[in-house]
Design a protein around this ligand. Structure first.
Ligand SMILES: Cc1cc2nc3c(=O)[nH]c(=O)nc-3n(C[C@H](O)[C@H](O)[C@H](O)COP(=O)(O)OP(=O)(O)OC[C@H]3O[C@@H](n4cnc5c(N)ncnc54)[C@H](O)[C@@H]3O)c2cc1C
Length: 407
């Protein structure tokens, strides 16, 4: 028996190997990853690891001996380049060949690079090696420009500003976090970063990075030139699905999977950042989520499907996410895209508040800033799409948990 081959030894791939064993799968499990490291977590890369507060060995998802103990063959530094669907074989770029009965594609993606002249001079933050290279360059870099005002760019801005660098964030859209959060949250983070001395430029694109071996300046589309010793691009992810596309899978934005994480290719599932899936918390629409929650929960779903086929439950995990910037701890639950109303709960000026997102009167998501009780209490409202009058949601003296229980 060739067993299960998992391509990608990141959050999703590692979780799939663990879930298969936890669910009693006794066949061979091979976990193949392109990076040299055993599976590790990425969230600290733009937080404690970048800040130098967490050592590399503390990033590991499990101790190195764990994989062998569980009978999982871990192969690091191996990149799968092609899949022969008919013969159920996957070939590494080194030429090594792996047979499989079932394949789980968990290859995540690569940081998107700036396409403008000088783009390759920018650092990115996706792998431990990226952050090691970035940290090595920091000593010589008083002025840093971060391109992209999403979570990763803003987390890096917070760390680097705290380390004493002069940080500028350049965001092409008119507000920060525009793709993931409501304007009230964007405005709050804008004020937070500015209060820490970060120069935030909104509605401005980067047209070039000037410099030879290292950056000297960033040129903006309005003609302005920002002196920069170091540039970081935090402009999103390109899903890693080329081998699947070449094998005939449908890959419009990542690889399309069904409600049990199966691609259109026989015997091949896909999970995590690379998987475009129908999500009940998006009203059944297809989404590609980049979160630890999604990677871990899709892994469980795919493992259950391998063991139980159509009898396994479809993917229905409550989405959640977090982001730490300075002393602000954001916790989100649900998916806010498609909201038709928002309610501010608590006073943003107090530093502890939440934004509640509604669609057709029902709670679909919350962003909770330094408000763990709202997050805990609000999860049930999102899980069950509870309808609550906006004035009740806006009243922070009424616990969200109580609103859920009353519904
Ligand atoms: C800096 C940073 C901060 C983040 N912060 C948060 C956070 O605060 N909260 C949160 O919920 N999420 C956060 N995330 C997102 C979260 O880390 C990802 O959603 C999660 O890691 C996705 O897991 P994955 O296994 O799908 O992909 P990955 O973790 O990217 O793992 C995929 C692995 O597959 C390997 N691979 C790729 N192609 C091949 C191939 N052809 N053959 C073999 N191996 C291959 C890659 O090298 C990689 O190691 C953050 C991500 C980053 C980068």
């Amino acid at each position: 028996m060739a067993g299960v081959l998992i391509v990608g030894a990141g959050q999703a791939g590692a979780s799939a190997a663990i879930a298969l064993r936890q669910r009693g799968f006794t066949g061979p499990v091979t976990l193949v990853g392109a990076e040299p490291d055993p599976p590790y977590e990425r969230p600290p890369l733009s937080k404690e690891y970048l800040a130098g507060e967490k050592a590399a060995d503390r990033l590991l998802l499990r101790p190195p001996a764990f994989w062998e103990d569980r009978g999982v063959t871990l192969r690091t530094g191996v990149t799968i380049g092609a899949i022969d669907v008919r013969n159920r074989r996957a070939t590494a770029t080194s030429g090594e060949d792996f047979g499989y009965d079932r394949l789980i594609w968990a290859a995540g993606g690569q940081a998107r690079r700036l396409a403008c002249p000088g783009g390759p001079l920018a650092h990115v933050i996706r792998t431990r090696a990226d952050v090691d290279a970035l940290r090595a360059a920091l000593a010589d870099a008083p002025r840093i420009v971060i391109v992209g005002g999403g979570y990763i760019g803003l987390e890096a801005a917070a760390v680097l500003a705290k380390l004493g660098h002069a940080v500028t964030v350049v965001e092409a859209l008119p507000r920060l976090l525009a793709r993931v959060a409501g304007p009230e949250v964007s405005d709050w983070y804008l004020a937070l970063h500015r209060s820490h001395g970060v120069d935030v430029r909104l509605g401005t694109g980067v047209v070039a990075i000037e410099g030879d071996e290292r950056p000297a300046a960033v040129r903006l589309d309005g003609g302005e030139r920002l002196a920069a010793d170091l540039v970081i691009a935090g402009i999103g992810l390109v899903p890693e699905v080329e081998a699947l596309r070449a094998a005939g899978a449908d890959c419009p934005n990542g690889v399309r999977v069904d409600s049990r994480c199966r691609t259109s290719l026989p015997g091949i599932s896909a999970i995590g950042d690379c998987a475009l899936h129908p999500n009940p918390f998006a009203g059944g629409a297809e989404v590609r989520l980049e979160s630890v929650q999604n990677a871990s929960d899709m892994a469980k779903c795919a493992a259950a499907e391998i063991l139980g086929g159509d009898g396994a439950p479809p993917y229905r995990a409550l989405p959640w996410f977090w982001s730490n910037q300075y002393d602000a701890k954001l916790q989100t639950v649900g998916l806010s895209a498609g909201a038709d109303a928002r309610v501010v709960r608590g006073d943003p000026a107090s530093g502890s508040w939440s934004l509640v997102y509604l669609r057709a009167g029902a709670v679909i998501a919350l962003d909770c800033i330094n408000a763990p009780r709202d997050y805990m209490g609000g999860r049930g409202l999102v899980e069950r799409s509870v309808s609550v009058p906006p004035e009740r949601l806006a009243d922070p003296s009424v616990p969200l948990k109580a609103l859920g229980e009353a519904a």
